[in-house]
Design a protein around this ligand. Structure first.
Ligand SMILES: Nc1ncnc2c1ncn2[C@@H]1O[C@H](COP(=O)(O)OP(=O)(O)OP(=O)(O)O)[C@@H](O)[C@H]1O
Length: 126
């Protein structure tokens, strides 16, 4: 808005962290993503995955969690606009949910491609 004083940078970061925290508190799926992230970190340390594998895991976790937050934001906007059942509201919510699902499925497949050889190697060694 013209003439409006901009928030200091640290305050903007604070709002962003508050948004992430709200997503984790309110959205069941975000809790599932956080649990998955924790499991990936534990498995990554346990199996000593490579730097490239860490980078792939971090990017995928960030992608899924970011999309989940965008999905939450979109749901909130749709509910703000209308509480009535409307076809466009359904399209908006379902397509945003679909975006999260695509990223989550791809992440699971790539996660399996990374971790299954490490798990198999561990079994062969022991
Ligand atoms: N205003 C609306 N008009 C039409 N369909 C809607 C509307 N709000 C929600 N829906 C549809 O109802 C179903 C459930 O929606 P809801 O908002 O409860 O999401 P959800 O899948 O339970 O997501 P979450 O678990 O993230 O809250 C979805 O198919 C959604 O598209």
């Amino acid at each position: 808005m013209p003439g409006k004083k901009k928030n200091p940078l640290w305050r903007s970061f604070g709002y962003a962290f508050a948004g992430i925290w709200t997503g984790i508190r309110k959205e069941r799926n975000m809790k599932i993503h956080c649990t998955a992230l924790l499991m990936v970190v534990i498995a990554g340390i346990a199996f000593r995955i490579t730097v490239s594998e860490w980078c792939i895991c971090i990017v995928l976790c960030a992608l899924v969690m970011s999309l989940e937050l965008v999905n939450t934001a979109l749901e909130a906007v749709v509910d703000l606009v209308t509480e009535e059942k409307k076809p466009l509201a359904k399209i908006a919510k379902d397509t945003a949910a679909g975006a999260v699902l695509i990223a989550a499925i791809a992440s699971v497949i790539i996660g399996l491609l990374i971790f299954v050889p490490h798990i198999a190697g561990w079994f062969i060694q022991s």
